[in-house]
Design a protein around this ligand. Structure first.
Ligand code: DTR
Ligand code: CA
Ligand code: ZN
Ligand code: ZN
Length: 313
């Protein structure tokens, strides 16, 4: 707030004005509030999962690297982003004799030397549609990107979103991407957020414990919901954050569990079924749209958006 002071002011009035100006100056110096992240409608995230399921059904039952269902999944995601004003790039690579594709989407604006990235692998295994693994992460990242567009959000930092190919073959797409970044371009990435399996049917709420600031951002969000979290210990090196971490880039992410078994203590705090896998359909043909816990998908999608807003301003 600026005060306009007409002409010269003397005496007591001058002291009042000075105080106001000081106050005003202090008020101007107050840290700007970070814009609040929007709620991500879980129905919109699930609509993307329905599309990915249909794509798998129409393409031999999967969305695996080298199969038609993967490229059809990529084209679906790209079409939504192009229509929303993103600058999209398809990065090709070869793995196991087949062409693979990464999709990168840049939101115009922000400091190009400070890039906040959010990503997920888009490929499934050959045995099924891969709706939790990893349609869930891919759909949540997509819907968060679309929320950025709807809000015409213009953060201080640059926003970049990514969908990786051939993660199931060994983090091939994400590793190809990082390996092809120059040292200078790696240094521009202030953080990479990874989302691989965030809607498991018997969910846990796990937060990656790699970068402390990113970890705290996610833990603060869940604390605000009153949802307990645990440190993700199963996945070191087991998803697409690993190549970024190896390159010295701060990483973090969320996970709801795979084939490990939920303990009685975990069931007591999170609900669900003790003694059962977090996802009994992990890498199986039953990983369909029926293999999703809506509450977990909703909470993790909202946490994703919260972190993107918090870390980019
Ligand atoms: N590698 C992932 C599944 C997975 C297993 N453990 C973790 C830990 C953190 C993220 C992902 C995972 C896959 O099969 O795609
Ligand atoms: Ca939501
Ligand atoms: Zn997998
Ligand atoms: Zn996965």
């Amino acid at each position: 707030m600026k005060l306009s002071v007409p002409g010269r002011v003397t005496g007591a009035a001058a002291m009042v004005v000075a105080a106001l100006l000081t106050t005003s100056a202090t008020a101007d110096a107050a840290p700007a509030r970070v814009a609040a992240a929007p709620d991500i409608p879980v129905a919109a995230v699930k609509a993307h999962l329905t599309q990915l399921q249909s794509i798998a059904t129409a393409n031999g039952g999967n969305r695996a690297h080298g199969r038609t269902g993967y490229k059809a999944s990529l084209d679906y995601v790209k079409g939504k982003l192009d229509a929303a004003g993103f600058t999209t790039t398809i990065q090709q690579f070869t793995s196991s004799g087949s062409v693979g594709y990464n999709l990168i989407a840049d939101w115009p604006g922000g400091d190009a030397n400070q890039i906040v990235m959010a990503g997920s692998h888009l490929d499934s295994v050959t045995s099924g549609a891969g709706i939790n693994d990893n349609g869930s992460g891919s759909a949540a990242v997509l819907e968060t990107a679309l929320a950025v567009s709807r809000a015409q959000y213009q953060p201080a930092k640059h926003l970049r979103f990514a969908w990786w190919g051939a993660e199931e073959l060994g983090l091939v797409g994400s590793r190809y991407h990082v390996n092809n970044l120059s040292t200078a371009n790696r240094a521009k990435i202030s953080g990479y957020l990874n989302f691989d399996m965030i809607g498991s049917p018997n969910p846990g709420y796990f937060v990656y414990d790699d970068d402390p600031a990113i970890e705290k951002t996610f833990k603060d969000y869940f604390a605000g919901l009153g949802v307990a979290t645990e440190i993700e210990t199963e996945g070191d090196g087991r998803s697409d954050h690993a190549p970024f971490k190896s390159a010295g880039i701060p990483v973090g992410g969320l996970f709801t569990g795979a084939s490990s078994t939920k303990s009685a203590a975990q069931a007591a705090k999170w609900g669900g079924t003790a003694g059962q896998s977090f996802d009994r359909c992990y890498h199986s043909s039953c990983d369909t749209t029926a293999n999703i816990n809506d509450t977990a998908l909703d909470r993790n999608s909202d946490a994703l958006a919260y972190a993107v807003w918090e870390l980019s301003d």
